[in-house]
Design a protein around this ligand. Structure first.
Ligand SMILES: *Cc1c(COP(=O)(O)O)cnc(C)c1O
Length: 360
C-alpha cells in the first residue's frame, strides 16, 4: 500500500495553452492582473537585486516592512510579509484552525479561503449573501462555538462587491473576541479613497482583527509574489512561528520597496482602471447585461438572459473570435456569470465589440 495522503490530489494546471483558432494574439483578462509592465524604478530595482541573488533576502523583510510602515502610517513591528498574501491567509488559518474547527466565510467568498480550510481539514461554513453582497448579520449568526477564523475579502473576488467600513466595524464589534477576523484588502486600492486606511484602523481597535494586503493587484507585481499582513502586536510572532524562514524572496522584496517609492504610478494606474470600470459597466448595462457593481479591477457579469448556457457560449465566443480569456465562475449560485479583468482601453474595446457581436 502506498503512503496515505491527508489531501486529495489536485491536477497540475498551467495558464491557458489552447491555440487561438484565428491566430490572434491571446489577451488574458482572467487573472485580475494589471495590464502594465512594472514602472522603470521597479524594473531597475529588480535588475539591481538580481546581481545579489547569491545571498538570502531578509527573512523578516526589514526594509520592506519599514517602507510599508512609512507609506501607510503603520508600526512596522505589527506587519509581517508573505509570499503573496495567499501565503499569509494560509499561515493565519494554520495557526488558529485544526480539523473539527470551523472557518467561516461569506457565501461567494474568495475561493482560496475554501481551499485553505480544505488543506487544514477544517470545516468550511458559508453565510448567505444578500444580492451578492456580504451580509454582516448572516455572518454573525453563523458563528458557532467551533468558529476560529472568519475570512472576508472587500472588495470581494469574484463578485467585485464590497461593504462599507461601518459594516466591517459592526462585524468586528459583534464578533466573539476569540474568533480571528481576517479582512482581505487585495482589491482595497480600487475601492473609494480612504477605504484601506479606515479598515486598518479596525486592527488598532480589536485584538482579533488582521488585515491582509498584496502587491499583486494595484501594484501590478503578481509575478513577484509579495503580500503583507497588519495585525495586533501579539499575533505577529505567532504568525512567524507558522511560516517558513524566508518566504519572500530578495527580488520580490526589492520590487515591492521600489513600487512603494513610486506611489504616483500606482495612483495613476488605479485611476485608469476605475475609469475603464465605469465605462465598461455603463456600456454592458446598456446592452442588457447583468453587471454587479464592482469596486475591484474586474467585473462579474452575465448575458441579458442570465442563462449559464449563454454565458458558456459567450466565453467560447470571446476566445474564438477575439482571443480574449475570461474566467468562468463555477461556484454554486454564480453559474450565470463570467469574470473579466479590466484592462487597457483597447483590450476592453475588443471585449465590448465581441460582446456586441455575440448579442447581435
Ligand atoms: C488575488 C487575490 C489575493 C492575492 O493573492 P496574492 O497571493 O497576494 O497574489 C488575495 N485575496 C483575494 C480576494 C484575491 O483575489
Amino acid at each position: 500500500m502506498r503512503p496515505q495522503p491527508y489531501l486529495n490530489p489536485m491536477p497540475v494546471r498551467g495558464r491557458i495553452d489552447t491555440a487561438q483558432p484565428l491566430g490572434l494574439p491571446v489577451i488574458n483578462m482572467a487573472f485580475n492582473e494589471l495590464p502594465w509592465a512594472p514602472a522603470p524604478a521597479v524594473a531597475q530595482a529588480l535588475a539591481q537585486a538580481s546581481t545579489g541573488a547569491q545571498r538570502y533576502g531578509s527573512p523578516s523583510c526589514d526594509r520592506l516592512r519599514a517602507a510599508l510602515g512609512e507609506a501607510h502610517g503603520l508600526d512596522p513591528d505589527r506587519i509581517i510579509c508573505g509570499n503573496g498574501s495567499e501565503d499569509l491567509l494560509d499561515v493565519i488559518a494554520r495557526v488558529f484552525a485544526r480539523p473539527g474547527d470551523e472557518i467561516l466565510i461569506s457565501q461567494f467568498g474568495y475561493i482560496q479561503f475554501a481551499l485553505t480550510a480544505n488543506r487544514l481539514g477544517a470545516d468550511l461554513v458559508k453565510a448567505p449573501e444578500s444580492d451578492y453582497h456580504t451580509d454582516v448579520d448572516a455572518l454573525l449568526a453563523a458563528v458557532t462555538d467551533r468558529t476560529r477564523v472568519l475570512f472576508l475579502a472587500n472588495p470581494n473576488n469574484p463578485t467585485g462587491t464590497y461593504i462599507p467600513v461601518e459594516d466591517l466595524a459592526r462585524l468586528a464589534d459583534g464578533l466573539r473576541e476569540d474568533v480571528v477576523l481576517v479582512l482581505d484588502l487585495a482589491y482595497g486600492e480600487f475601492a473609494p479613497d480612504g477605504y484601506c486606511a479606515q479598515t486598518h484602523q479596525l486592527v488598532d481597535r480589536h485584538e482579533n482583527v488582521v488585515v491582509t494586503r498584496t502587491f499583486s493587484k494595484a501594484f501590478g507585481l503578481a509575478g513577484a509574489r509579495a503580500g503583507w499582513c497588519h495585525g495586533p502586536a501579539w499575533i505577529i510572532p505567532v504568525l512567524y512561528a507558522a511560516r517558513a524562514m524566508g518566504p519572500v524572496n530578495a527580488l520580490a522584496q526589492a520590487a515591492a520597496i521600489a513600487a512603494l517609492s513610486d506611489m504616483q504610478t500606482v495612483h495613476e494606474r488605479v485611476a485608469a482602471i476605475q475609469s475603464e470600470r465605469a465605462r465598461l459597466t455603463g456600456v454592458l448595462t446598456q446592452r442588457g447585461c447583468h453587471v454587479l457593481p464592482s469596486h475591484a479591477n474586474f467585473l462579474l457579469l452575465s448575458p441579458p438572459d442570465r442563462d449559464p448556457a449563454s454565458t458558456e457560449a459567450l466565453i467560447v465566443h470571446l476566445f474564438d473570435t477575439a482571443g480574449l480569456i475570461v474566467t468562468r465562475t463555477r461556484e454554486a449560485g454564480l453559474e450565470e456569470f463570467l469574470r473579466v479583468s479590466i484592462s487597457l482601453p483597447e483590450h476592453n474595446d475588443l471585449f465590448l465589440e465581441a460582446v456586441d457581436r455575440f448579442l447581435a
